[in-house]
Design a protein around this ligand. Structure first.
Ligand code: MG
Ligand code: MG
Length: 240
């Protein structure tokens, strides 16, 4: 899991270096694919449920699952979410982040920052709660996000991650303290706040993959695969 996570995290850094106006999401996807293969791993997303890319690349109001395309070109002021996984010797990582293209609005900067910070609120909830449960994580993320006037997506959640990309349990970004599945040392989870500037509601694009905000406002995403241990939480996909 550590090695799969490291390759996943590095692939995300490789993608980050490519974020410039005029670059297409397909070019970023191809670079990610090459990087993962060069490291002896397989792009987990490629062909997963029929997904036609090595990464999900979603721009502005697109929340998740954006299909990389030669027709989608990054513009100054866009925010772009890149979600990637590398499968190595039977295990996978899963990680996502939101990046700025050139100069973005203050609104967008705040949304990205709050999304990233809400992830760490979730981690703190695991580390600082006696016998933590998934509801403690969901509560911490939701509370942090909603306090800032944003909303958390309900229809999609984090998840267990390991031999498969999506395993039990679901890890919602909302919840009630003290409720839900117990979190034990040895668990590996993908924790991934998806935060909308406006309504939490989303809708599906006609391509069968892309998920966009119902009101067309911005959305941000931040994800790491983490391992729960007796000595705290290890961020398996964090490399920078
Ligand atoms: Mg992901
Ligand atoms: Mg995930």
């Amino acid at each position: 899991m550590k090695i799969a996570g490291k390759i996943t995290g590095e692939a995300l850094l490789v993608a980050r270096e490519m974020i410039h106006e005029g670059v297409t999401t397909k070019e970023i996807d191809e670079k990610i694919c090459r990087y993962i293969k060069k490291n002896g791993a397989k792009p987990t997303f490629l062909g997963y449920g029929g997904f036609p890319g090595s990464a999900c690349i979603s721009i502005n109001d697109e929340v998740i699952h954006g299909i990389p395309s030669h027709n989608k070109m990054l513009k100054n002021g866009d925010i772009v979410k890149i979600d990637v996984g590398a499968y190595w010797k039977g295990f996978t990582g899963d990680s996502a982040a939101t990046f700025a293209v050139g100069e973005i609005s203050e609104e967008a900067k705040k949304l990205i920052k709050a999304t990233e910070e809400s992830f760490y609120e979730g981690i703190k909830a695991i580390e600082n709660t006696e016998n933590p449960r998934l509801g403690d994580v969901g509560y911490a993320i939701q509370h942090y996000v909603e306090e800032r006037g944003y909303s958390v997506v309900r229809e999609f959640t984090g998840h267990g991650v390991g031999a498969n990309l999506h395993e039990d349990p679901n890890v919602p970004n909302y919840g009630t303290k003290g409720r839900g599945v117990r979190i034990y040392p040895g668990m590996t989870l993908a924790i991934e706040p998806m935060v909308n500037a406006g309504t939490h509601r989303v809708r599906m694009l006609n391509d069968g993959w892309g998920v966009v905000t119902a009101d067309g406002k911005l959305s941000a995403h931040y994800e790491h695969s983490v391992a729960i241990t007796d000595n705290g939480v290890i961020l398996l996909t964090k490399v920078d």
